[in-house]
Design a protein around this ligand. Sequence first.
Ligand code: AMP
Length: 270
Amino acid sequence: MQDYLSNLPNNYLIGFVPTMGALHQGHISLVNYSKKSANVTVCSIFVNPSQFNDKADLERYPRMPEKDSNLLKEANCDILFLPDVSEIYPSELDNSVFNIGYLDTILEGKHRPGHFAGVAQVVSRLFSIVKPNLAFFGSKDYQQVKVVEWITKLYKLPVKIVSCPIVREKDGLAMSSRNMLLSTKEREYATIIFALLSTVAQMLKNNEPINSAKLYINTTLTQNSIYKLEYFEVANRTNLMPQLNFQPNNTVLLIACYVGKIRLIDNLEI
Ligand code: AMP
C-alpha cells in the first residue's frame, strides 16, 4: 500500500477513513466526503485491541472483511487497508504514550480507562503509514474527534481532521457496528436513546433547568432494567466541559447507555 501511495503524483491529496469494519452507511458517508475533497481515498479496517478496555467487547466485536470490501467497492473507495495486528504493532515499534490531557478524565475517558490512549496510538500509527492530507472522522464519536484534534495539534501531525455528521437509521438510532449485536427486542428498545436526546434538547430550549433534564433521563431509563445509563451530560461543544446553564448554540448532549449487554453512545448538538 505504501508503494502504491508513493507512486501517486506529488500533488494528489490523500483522504483517509480509519474504521474498525462491520461497515454501514455512516462509514460510507465518510468515504463519500473523502472522495469529494481528495484525489485518492484510503479506508482502513483494523479492530484495534489497544482501545478496548473490555476484553469481551473486543472478542464479540463484529468482523466481516469480505462484506466490507464489497461495500467499499460499491462506494468506489480506492484502497482498502486491512492490516494485521503484527503490522500495526510490530515488536520493534517504540510504544510512545500519548498525552491526552483532561479529555481522558471525562465522559468516555472516565468510563473507559485506557480507551483514548489506544485510539491515539492507533490513529498516529495509521497516519504515519498512510500519510493522509485529510482524515475523516464521524461526530458520532464526538469526544474521539476532540482527542484526534488534540493529538494532531500537540504532536504537530501534518493532516487536516474533518468531522462529519452522524448518519442515523430511519427511527433515529445512530448507525453503529454494535447495533448488529442487539437482539430484535433490544434493537427496538435502543430507539429510546435518540428520542431522549431530542426530548431533552426541547426541554432545554424551553428553558427547563439542566438538572430536570438529567432527572428525566435517569428516571426514564431506570424504569426498565434492559437499560443501564453510564452517563448523560450537557456539555460545552468546544471543550466538552459540563455546563451548569444551557448555552444555546454551544451545547452538546452526550450519552452512553447499555441496552442489554451492548454499550451504545450518541450525542446531539444544540
Ligand atoms: P468505527 O468503525 O466505529 O471505529 O468508526 C469509524 C469511523 O466511522 C469513526 O470516525 C466513527 O465516528 C465513524 N462513524 C461511526 N458511526 C457513524 C455514524 N453513524 N455516522 C457517521 N460516522 C460514523
